[in-house]
Design a protein around this ligand. Structure first.
Ligand code: DGY
Length: 329
């Protein structure tokens, strides 16, 4: 008798050619129409499933897990996993995995794109041109801040932060950083001689400050009015990390008052329903959470999530297991 395969939910639309290899291990339920499941729908879709591949849009908590006794693995294609309650996962013997490393370079590229666009006012200038307002050139026409030779500050010096720092070599920048723990001397050297400083010094000295730290209850509102008040009035703030790390209302007020020169934001509190007052500001560059969005990288993220669920189907430990304590349960 042929044994039936375990069931797997792929909760968002993904590259079908990448997913094809899953058919050897699982009976798949796809969502190629890319409908965003409500918590109730997600619960219903997960009934009887051994696993799920998802993105940051799937919120996994105790209330959900207690109703899913067959679930063994939740595998996000993202590196960030603030949508998973890891303690609840362990409690309900569910392995949680993410997709680290594969997006470091692409995300670092994008941090630079946002920093450069913000410092040199690219979006603002383009909107001006598109609106037909370009009548004459002027000496102070869209003057911005230099990147080369400036001081790059990085809050959160994990693998993405270090990839951002390495790029500073080509622009002759000085790099300073703050992180929960200091990097080793070798890592600092490789990160363009990054210098560890306390958070206050980082805020005071950075010409361009990039946020690259993971979101958690500890990093919630790491940047509020108090931190913005310490920054140079000529500085820019770039967030490619997560909404919630910045208090968006405080940032809006600082930008309105020109407390800092500008912000480049790929992530927002309550995205995709971000604060509408951002739209009225000229000194922001706004993008819809696309820092890792190159086709090659998005495919690599999906492949990493696939490798994690296949490991579980084979009875192996998934390579990117986040809650290792689940193995002792
Ligand atoms: C990540 O991988 O965490 C990106 O932000 C996409 O969600």
């Amino acid at each position: 008798m042929k044994l039936s395969k375990p069931k797997l939910l792929v909760a968002r639309a993904m590259f079908l050619d990448e997913l094809a290899c899953l058919n050897d291990y699982f009976e798949l339920e796809l969502n190629q129409e890319d409908h965003i499941f409500s918590p109730e729908e997600l619960e219903q879709r997960l009934q009887g499933k051994l696993g799920m591949i998802c993105t940051s849009s799937a919120k996994i908590n105790q209330a959900l897990l207690m109703k899913l006794p067959e679930l063994k693995i939740i595998s996000t294609i993202a590196v960030g996993y603030d949508n998973f309650d890891l303690q609840a996962c362990t409690q309900y013997r569910v392995m949680a995995t993410n997709a680290p490393d594969v997006l470091n370079e692409t995300t670092a590229d994008f941090a630079w794109a946002l920093m450069m666009a913000t410092a040199r006012r690219v979006s603002e200038a383009e909107h001006f041109l598109r609106a037909g307002e370009w009548k004459k050139w002027g000496v102070d026409f869209f003057v911005g801040a230099d990147i080369h030779g400036a001081c790059l500050g990085i809050l959160g010096m994990g693998r993405i932060g270090q990839a951002i720092a390495r790029r500073a070599a080509g622009f002759g920048m000085k790099v300073i950083y703050h992180n929960r723990s200091r990097l080793s001397a070798d890592q600092e050297l490789a990160a363009h001689h990054a210098r560890y400083v306390d958070k206050e010094t980082l805020l005071r000295e950075s010409d361009h400050l990039i946020l690259a730290l993971p979101y958690s209850s500890h990093s919630h509102h790491s940047i509020t009015a108090a931190e913005l008040a310490l920054m140079k009035s000529s500085a820019t703030l770039i967030n490619i990390a997560r909404g919630g790390i910045v208090n968006d209302l405080d940032l809006i007020q600082a930008l309105q008052a020109k407390r800092i020169a500008g912000a480049g934001l790929d992530v927002f509190e309550n995205e995709p329903r971000f604060h509408p007052d951002f739209l009225a500001l000229k000194n922001v560059v706004l993008t819809p959470h696309i820092a890792s969005a190159s086709e090659r990288t998005r495919r690599a993220m999906v492949r990493r999530a696939i490798a994690n669920v296949i490991a579980v189907a084979r009875g192996e430990t998934p390579p990117d297991l986040l809650n290792r304590d689940v193995l002792e349960m």
